[in-house]
Ligand binder design. Structure first.
Ligand code: 5RP
Length: 262
């Protein structure tokens, strides 16, 4: 592994490398979005090339689709795959019950659809993503462009009656222009600080007209793999409560480590 990778990037790689070991020949796999998921796609591409692994990938964004194709992974739509064996994705936060905040990369709508259509979801994360209570990371909600300001006002009004610390909402920008999702929608980031009841909030947000989907993943993730910059990793399985620890070998083919620019 090149020395220029930061400890956090090494941690992401370690988690990603371990996660692809759960992929078996013939599987249909949901491919997450973000810098951690990008490591996973690269590691999976390496397995496809070196082992002739035959898998079908369903990407959760146009970015991931492009990377997967570059890596020689067969890409199909969710309509074609219909149901998946496994989804592997990153996260912005995870709590002790493996509930998540996702959408920092603006892809949580497709990510949630794909993860929900999977037998299993494995989340890969560096240790900095672990929290006791969700909410320090701004919660993204995808909203349709029509009437988005009204949607924003309705969301703020609704937040006043819920157990959250902060209530500020901001339109996500991409430079001077609003950020646009793969579905042509906008993202509102909710600066909540601390979410008292994530399940209630997730349900309430999706009741507001104009909200397409929120970034709370409740009861979707089955296992988390936490990577550390020194090669250690920890795996927690929600169903069994099992915790396993090991160490990943950093000696890898050079092409896995080319700059992902992600
Ligand atoms: C994208 C996501 C990502 O999984 C999340 O933002 C984590 O990204 P990274 O691995 O780059 O920290 O939800 O919508």
């Amino acid at each position: 592994m090149p020395a220029e990778l930061t400890p956090v990037e090494k941690a992401k790689f370690v988690a990603a490398k371990k996660a692809v070991e759960f992929i078996e020949d013939g599987m249909r796999v949901g491919l997450g979005t973000g810098s951690t998921a990008a490591w996973m796609v690269r590691c999976l591409g390496e397995r496809v090339r070196s082992e002739g692994l035959r898998i079908t990938g369903v990407p959760t964004s146009s970015r991931t689709a492009a990377l997967a194709r570059e890596e020689g992974i067969k890409v199909v739509t969710l309509e074609e795959a219909q149901w998946l064996d496994l989804t592997i994705d990153g996260t912005d936060e995870f709590d002790p019950d493996l509930n998540l905040i996702k959408g920092g990369g603006g892809a949580h709508l497709q990510e949630k659809i794909v993860a929900t259509a999977s037998d299993q979801m494995i989340v890969i994360a560096d240790a900095g993503k672990e929290v006791q209570h969700l909410g320090a990371f701004p919660l993204p909600i995808e909203v349709i462009p029509f009437g988005w300001m009204t949607t924003k006002a309705l969301v703020e009004e609704m937040l006043a009656s819920l157990d959250v610390l902060g209530r500020e909402t901001t339109l996500r920008m991409n430079g001077e222009k609003p950020f646009v999702t793969d579905e042509g929608n906008r993202i509102l980031d909710l600066h909540l600080g601390r979410i008292g009841n994530a399940r209630q909030l997730a349900l309430a947000l999706n009741q507001v007209p104009g909200v397409v989907e929120n970034g709370l993943f409740i009861d979707i993730c089955d296992r988390v793999i936490i990577g550390y910059g020194d090669g250690r990793l920890e795996m927690r399985d929600l169903g069994t409560g099992a915790v396993a620890r090991e160490r990943v070998d950093f000696v890898e083919p050079a092409n896995v480590f080319t700059d992902l620019g992600n």
